[in-house]
Design a protein around this ligand. Structure first.
Ligand code: FAD
Length: 307
């Protein structure tokens, strides 16, 4: 059995593994895809002390740091079920999709999240080539350019306000009849000179040329008219879904499916901690997930020395 078993091998899980292993305790990481979302990222320019790197390079660096401490990495393993300890201080079980069962005194959940896609032609093709999901990450790459934001909820409207300060022009597209963001955000957005808002707008296709996005097509749902926007970038803001479906009914989740954690990264289940994008911790970023992973590992260690 492990002392600390980490489920998820993104920045949160990797940081947790390094912190746990450096305490000299038996540490394992089970991950569906080691590296996590970072694998899908092109440029990373906001990981403090690293001016610029790219996703695959960063993922490799995470893995070699974790391996340096002899952590047992179980890659390509999906966890299906968490079974809390039957008695205080007992072993917690994690069942894998392949039928295997891992046992540990403490567990750190760091299964991350995934951005909801619009699922229209061109989206996969132009991902990272104009189609983006994270304004904090990729906003500066579109300085002085024309972008659209898809989604008129809080995150879409916040993204549009944020981007309006960086890019030349922002078009916000909302599928419904009106924006769904808080009134104060909508008012702020409407006050900006370089923002256009289209409601009843159903995106139908992302288009590009020479391997780069050059615009999008949408239908005005009120009139049925086909419309087109010429753009360099699109930010899709229709939701970030935590990878926590497998924890429903075991660990307390928020209404958005995020694992509810306290300031120490403790969940509702004794001995089970959580870190990163899968949790209620706000702002989903690499540096935040990594810091969170370190915190969860220290909390797990603190738990172990008391049991
Ligand atoms: P993740 O990176 O999502 O890792 C989750 C891990 O859990 C993975 O190993 C996954 O395979 C595994 N997993 C999931 N479910 C299971 C399961 N059931 N069983 C076992 N394993 C499971 N942030 C920045 O700070 N800067 C950027 O420039 C930046 N750019 C981004 C660009 C893109 C395209 C995307 C998608 C995200 C970007 N982000 C960026 C956000 C950043 O990648 C995330 O905030 C960060 O990766 C979260 O780390 P995490 O460890 O919590 O989760």
């Amino acid at each position: 059995a492990f002392d600390v078993l980490i489920v998820g091998g993104g920045p949160a899980g990797a940081a947790a593994a390094v912190y746990a292993a450096r305490k000299g305790i038996r540490t394992g990481v089970a991950a569906e895809r080691f590296g996590g979302q970072v694998n899908d990222t092109l440029a990373i320019e906001n990981y403090i002390s690293v001016l610029e790197t790219d996703g695959p390079k960063f993922a490799m660096a995470l893995e070699s740091h974790v391996k340096h401490y002899g952590v047992d990495i179980m890659n390509l393993q999906r966890a299906d079920k968490l079974i809390p300890a039957s008695e205080p201080g007992g072993l917690i079980e994690v069942q894998l999709a392949n039928g295997g069962v891992l046992k540990s005194k403490t567990v750190i959940l760091s299964t991350g999240a995934r951005w909801r896609n619009v699922n229209v032609p061109g989206e996969q093709e132009y991902k990272n080539k104009g189609v983006a999901y994270c304004p904090h990450c990729d906003g500066p790459l579109f300085k002085g350019k024309r972008v659209a934001v898809i989604g008129g909820g809080n995150s879409g409207v916040e993204a549009a306000i944020d981007l309006a300060g960086i890019v030349a022009h922002v078009t916000l597209l909302e599928f419904g009849e009106q924006l769904r963001a808080d009134a104060v955000l909508v008012k702020k957005l409407e006050s900006l000179p370089n923002v256009t808002i289209h409601t009843n707008a159903q995106t139908t296709e992302f288009t590009g040329e020479g391997g780069k996005l050059n615009g999008l097509n949408y239908t005005d749902r009120a009139t049925g008219e086909a419309k087109r926007l010429e753009l360099e970038g699109v930010f899709v803001q229709i939701g970030l879904v935590p990878n926590t479906e497998w924890l429903k009914g075991t660990v307390e989740l928020s209404k958005f499916g995020e694992i509810i954690v306290n300031a120490k990264g403790e969940t509702s289940v004794p001995g089970v901690f959580a870190a990163g994008d899968a949790t209620t911790v706000p702002y989903k970023q690499i540096v935040i997930a990594a810091g969170d992973g370190a915190k969860a590992a220290l909390s797990a260690f603190d738990h172990l020395i008391r049991h």
